[in-house]
Design a protein around this ligand. Structure first.
Ligand code: ADP
Ligand code: MG
Length: 681
């Protein structure tokens, strides 16, 4: 046993040492920067270290929102004595060796900077023991200065205790938010790491309060249940496991020769020619609409990240199902070969860059869109989902470090058609959209956003009241039909009438439905027009007199850009003198009186949000415009046959959940909710 504890370079070549100091040429290639911004960043780095160490039991203890104390304990591999000392040197890591390793990082850490950074701004105690040594090591450092290093009798694993964060950096301490806010960041972080690792135990305590305690389970679904409770789980759509492969021609092979090359027997050193991407997770129905991205959690290879490409893919999946300004709740886990994703982009390792960005984008968008279509989730009246009482208390705390960063920095998701390469790290201006930032102050709940209509069942009846109610006839729970979560049941509904000559009321096997007749018809027409458009068979009507429209200079430019799309959608138009166009024919569904409005609306779209948008976006916008103008209006009386037709036609659409502008079409009030409201169950 060596008696000196000073870190020695020679120790790194010792037989057992795992940690090495990165050579300069590797260190220089690492996206370096400050990692310790607030208590949650300490927790993040320490949790990541424990996960990398293979821990199956991770415990986080904090006091005063992490300012006074953060302790992370794990049962991972621990550190050898020499390694424990080296770990506090800059760029000392066991996870990288050379530049090549940077191309396929499979661990959460790789920069060798976290421990020295944390130790330089706090009083840190490291206690660790590797199974390979009979005794453990205790190291104490304050403000970056080693105070003590001694042999100690310790169990396996590692405990890092960080006290008085920023005690020696008053400027930094001033920027800390309230204890409650800092604690909420920590809780959100621990909660979301626990979601990424259902097979491990996570525990978070703040003082004597336990905020999270989840034991190992086999599936993500069970972990979501543990963390958020059953009600939230019911409100989410499960992606299941979806995979897609990308074919990789070996480097240096021209695409034309790639197939022949692919058929060749692979050599022992060949990379596998196929790379598989796998998506799992959960997302909300289109009716759950949030004002910001705070409820979107994206993991790539189990690393919690924020990424434009994936955020855009998610928004695109909800295109024509949700307004562009709204965001869903999502927990997405993308797994791929580490060589497919560069995590060495940003100091805090929260940004990534994909090698095949547009492939990944389309895979994620299509997978979520397909699952949305398949599951046809129906909105319930009580869709204001709150983590139920069974949920972990930590899950109800409001923020996450990542969502906060998104609030501050992420760009609007609507403005580009193809995923763009990520920008160089650097400050980005806050966007007006993010004025929706929750106010500092009392903790906000992690709500799943309020639905357009809400019926809140009253408090459960007391025992005494219950007995009186029973006298009115008990409703045996087993007589309840299984809940109808899918809109596929629409075709079986029996229309009962209209309210305000605008909403169809219908009875189903399980409860009551209200259908907005205008948006329902809009959805039907939208899909019809899109299909006709795709088949090049749009029904047109020739106008008796061409309609002459005067354009502004700007509209003239936009017109030139979208003229072909307009034509394909059934509008025959041509330039007619200076800043004037003539409309000679229009889609059959559109009345002459609406023509002018539609064309100007489409021009407005081209001019505004969709400038620079893909043709796909533009096409959808034109079709949505036609559908909206041609659809049955509200305040229109419908006879029983028309209502029945409408429900059946709606049931036959691919996506009966929302109108092309994202508004909900049908609301469902289940038998269970009705019984609850009448205190019968
Ligand atoms: P990085 O994680 O980027 O390698 P860190 O400064 O976070 O850098 O940690 C330095 C090294 O210390 C790690 O590479 C790892 O070998 C070791 N280490 C840190 N935390 C633990 C832990 N909880 N269990 C085992 N080893 C650890
Ligand atoms: Mg680390």
């Amino acid at each position: 046993m060596r008696d000196s504890c000073a870190p020695r370079r020679w120790a790194i070549v010792g037989i057992m040492g795992r940690i090495r100091i990165l050579p300069d040429q590797v260190a220089n290639k690492i996206a370096a920067g400050e990692v310790v911004e607030r208590p949650a960043s300490v927790v993040k780095e320490l949790l990541e270290n424990s996960l990398d160490a293979g821990a199956t039991d991770l415990r986080v203890e904090v006091e005063s929102g992490g300012r006074r104390l953060i302790r992370v304990l794990d049962d991972g591999c621990g550190m050898l004595r020499d390694d424990a000392l080296l770990a506090f040197e800059r760029h000392a890591t066991s996870k990288l060796r050379d530049v090549k390793d940077l191309l396929s990082i499979a661990t959460l850490g790789f920069r060798g900077e976290a421990l020295p950074s944390i130790a330089s701004v706090s009083r840190l105690l490291l206690e660790t023991r590797s199974a390979e040594e009979t005794t453990g090591t205790r190291i104490e450092i304050a403000g970056g200065k080693m105070l003590r290093c001694e042999e100690a009798a310790l169990g396996g694993g590692t405990a890092v205790t960080v006290r008085d964060l920023f005690y020696n950096v008053p400027a930094r301490r001033k920027f800390l938010r309230t204890e409650q806010t800092e604690l909420a960041h920590i809780a959100s972080l621990a909660t979301h790491y626990s979601l990424a690792h259902p097979e491990r135990t996570f525990r978070l305590t703040s003082g004597n309060t336990e905020l999270l305690h989840v034991t190992p389970v086999a599936t993500l679904k069970e972990r979501v249940y543990q963390v958020f409770g059953s009600q939230v789980l019911e409100e989410l759509v499960d992606i299941g496991v979806r995979e897609k492969e990308i074919f990789l021609p070996p480097p240096g092979v021209a695409p034309s020769e790639a197939i022949a090359e692919y058929r060749r027997e692979p050599g022992p050193d060949d990379d596998p020619p196929l790379r598989t991407f796998r998506l799992t997770g959960f997302f909300s129905r289109p009716q759950v609409q949030k004002g910001n991205r705070n409820s979107i959690f994206i993991f790539v290879n189990r690393r919690l990240i924020r990424d434009r490409t994936l955020l855009h893919a998610l928004s695109s999946a909800y295109h024509n199902l949700m307004p562009a300004s709204a965001y869903p709740f999502a927990l997405l886990f993308l797994e791929c070969d580490p060589g497919e994703v560069d995590v060495n982009v940003h100091p805090s390792k929260t940004e990534v860059r994909f090698r095949h960005g547009s492939f990944v984008h389309d895979f994620v968008r299509d997978t979520i869109r397909d699952r949305l279509m398949e599951s046809r989730p129906a909105p319930a009246f009580s869709a204001a989902v709150q983590p139920s009482a069974a949920a972990q208390p930590g899950a109800r705390l409001p923020y996450s470090e990542f969502s906060q960063m998104m609030e501050n920095e992420a760009p609007a998701a609507v403005s580009f058609a193809e995923p763009e390469p990520l920008p160089e790290p650097g400050p980005e201006p806050a966007l007006p959209e993010f004025a929706l930032r929750p106010p500092a102050g009392p903790a906000q709940r992690l709500d799943f956003s309020a639905p357009p209509l809400e019926v809140t069942p009253g408090p459960p009846p007391s025992g005494k009241l219950q007995r009186t109610l029973d006298a009115h006839g008990e409703f045996p729970p087993e007589a309840l039909p299984p809940p109808e979560m899918s809109l596929s049941v629409l075709s079986d509904l029996r229309p009962l009438g209209q309210i305000h000559e605008s909403f169809i009321i219908a009875a189903g096997r399980d409860g009551l439905w209200i259908v907005d007749q205008h948006v329902a018809h809009e959805r039907i027409l939208f899909e019809q027009v899109m299909k006709q458009r795709a088949a090049g068979r749009v029904e047109m009507q020739r106008l008796l007199m061409p309609l002459i429209l005067q354009l502004t200079a700007e509209q003239q430019i936009d017109y030139a850009r979208i003229a072909d799309e307009l034509h394909a959608a059934g509008f025959e138009t041509e330039p007619f003198g200076h800043r004037t166009i003539a409309v000679k024919a229009a889609p059959a569904a559109v009345g002459a009186s609406d023509l002018e409005k539609i064309i100007f609306e489409v021009l407005e779209i081209a001019e505004g949000e969709l400038r620079g948008a893909s043709t796909d976006d533009l096409r959808r916008a034109i079709c949505a415009g036609i559908a909206c103008r041609a659809a049955i209006k509200i305040n229109t009386r419908l006879d029983a046959a028309k209502m029945e037709w409408l429900l059946r036609a709606l049931a036959a659409t691919d996506c009966p959940m929302s109108c092309p502008h994202g508004r909900p079409i049908a609301m469902h009030y289940s038998t269970r909710e009705i019984l609850k409201a009448f205190h019968r169950i």
